[in-house]
Design a protein around this ligand. Structure first.
Ligand SMILES: *Cc1c(COP(=O)(O)O)cnc(C)c1O
Length: 374
């Protein structure tokens, strides 16, 4: 390992975790985990300590998003990927429209398109790095798009398209939720997982649902459609209202999630967290603009994600080599999305990440490249 170029300690991020998910877990969250031993950890999810934990999280998410009347917070096991399958069973009546401008939007589109009980999905696509928005179309009862496409670093507005009648807007906020402000009334379903902006661990999904979405869940459950129990949003809704999940949740993930929500709300809620991520990503985009060997991948400044920054490197700088030197010194997970196949770095700057560490990351990369190029 002697070929590793040593970064001076003053330039090195104090915490080098910049992954897009799982992402940096804070010390305060780990302290909360320790404090939950033995009162909560290792105890029944059907008893008060864990049910209170679920109640707290649902209430805190409600506060974070200032929920409009009738909106509810649901949760279940399996992460956002499982939620796509649940949505195909419990939210889409006949046909969905999807905006697919990256890996995650495309995956959900595939899930509804392949479902034998649904009509072929309408899929709007564009080359990675760009975005396409939903548009009213006859016969569509669910409009689905990602708020933040984590694979490309593209963030789009959450606005109910005009003229869609009683169709639902179903927004993948897996990486946006907690780090990007939103008018939640524009979404009927705003779903996410804890391992991105909430700095916790994977394996669960959360969904903020409107009265219209709840009515749709009830309607489809009553329609006689066969729905596997583990993928039924009706079952998940009933359990969520009882501060439960159908089957055993990861209790530690819930503890981590509550701790981060406490920090977010104490700091001022979404305006606070979004400003912090924005400060971090602005540091990266400004650096990319002034540096000769970098270029921001997303050319439209209005689409650049405040939580996941994607930056192309000039061919003279090998991303893998740069990342090898960083990883050896604890600066990890700025790899580009694997299927994008670009000479790129992708930096997760969720609210838990300290903007000062992003500033140090930039200085560390400048330091390395100066030496790698000579
Ligand atoms: C990470 C991610 C997912 C997948 O989340 P899992 O919890 O791993 O299933 C889906 N959508 C987006 C936008 C993501 O960033």
């Amino acid at each position: 390992m002697t070929d590793i170029i040593e970064i001076p300690p003053a330039l090195l991020p104090r915490d080098g975790r910049f992954g897009s998910g799982p992402s940096k877990v804070t010390d305060a969250q780990v302290d909360a985990l320790v404090a939950s031993q033995p009162g909560v950890l290792g105890t029944s999810h059907r008893q008060a300590p864990v049910k209170n934990l679920v109640r707290d999280i649902r209430a805190m998410l409600g506060e974070l998003y200032a929920l409009p009347a009738g909106y509810e917070v649901m949760l279940g096991n399996g992460g956002s990927t499982m939620f796509w399958d649940a949505a195909a069973f419990s939210l889409v009546r006949e046909r969905a429209q999807h905006c697919a401008f990256g890996e995650f939007g495309s995956k959900f589109a595939k899930a509804t398109d392949a479902a034998p009980h649904l009509g072929a999905s309408s899929i709007r696509t564009v080359a990675p790095g760009g975005a396409v928005l939903p548009e009213a179309e006859p016969g569509i009862d669910v409009y689905a798009w990602p708020h933040n496409e984590t694979s490309t670093g593209v963030c789009v507005p959450v606005v109910r398209p005009e003229g869609i009648g009683e169709a639902l807007t179903v927004v993948d906020a897996t990486s946006a939720a907690g780090g990007v402000e939103v008018d939640i009334a524009q979404a009927d379903v705003y779903y996410f997982a804890p391992q991105k902006s909430f700095a916790a661990d994977g394996g669960l999904w959360f969904a903020i649902v409107s009265p219209a979405a709840i009515a749709r869940i009830d309607e489809i459950a009553a329609s006689g459609r066969w729905i596997p129990e583990s993928l039924s949003l009706k079952v998940a809704l009933d359990n969520s209202r009882a501060e439960q999940t159908l089957n055993t949740p990861a209790v530690a993930t819930l503890v981590l999630m509550r701790a981060q929500l406490e920090w977010m709300l104490a700091g001022g809620g979404l305006p606070f967290t979004a400003a912090r991520s924005r400060a971090s990503s602005d540091l990266l985009y400004d650096w990319a603009a002034r540096t000769g060997w970098t270029e921001t991948f997303v050319t439209d400044p209005g689409l650049r994600s405040p939580v996941v920054a994607t930056i192309d490197l000039h061919q003279s700088v090998d991303s893998a080599e740069l990342r090898r030197h960083l990883r050896a010194q604890g600066v990890v997970d700025i790899d580009p999305y694997r299927k994008l196949g670009r000479n790129q770095i992708r930096v997760g700057v969720y609210p838990a990440v300290d903007p000062e560490d992003v500033s140090r990351l930039v200085q560390s990369m400048d330091y390395l490249v100066e030496r790698l190029l000579t």
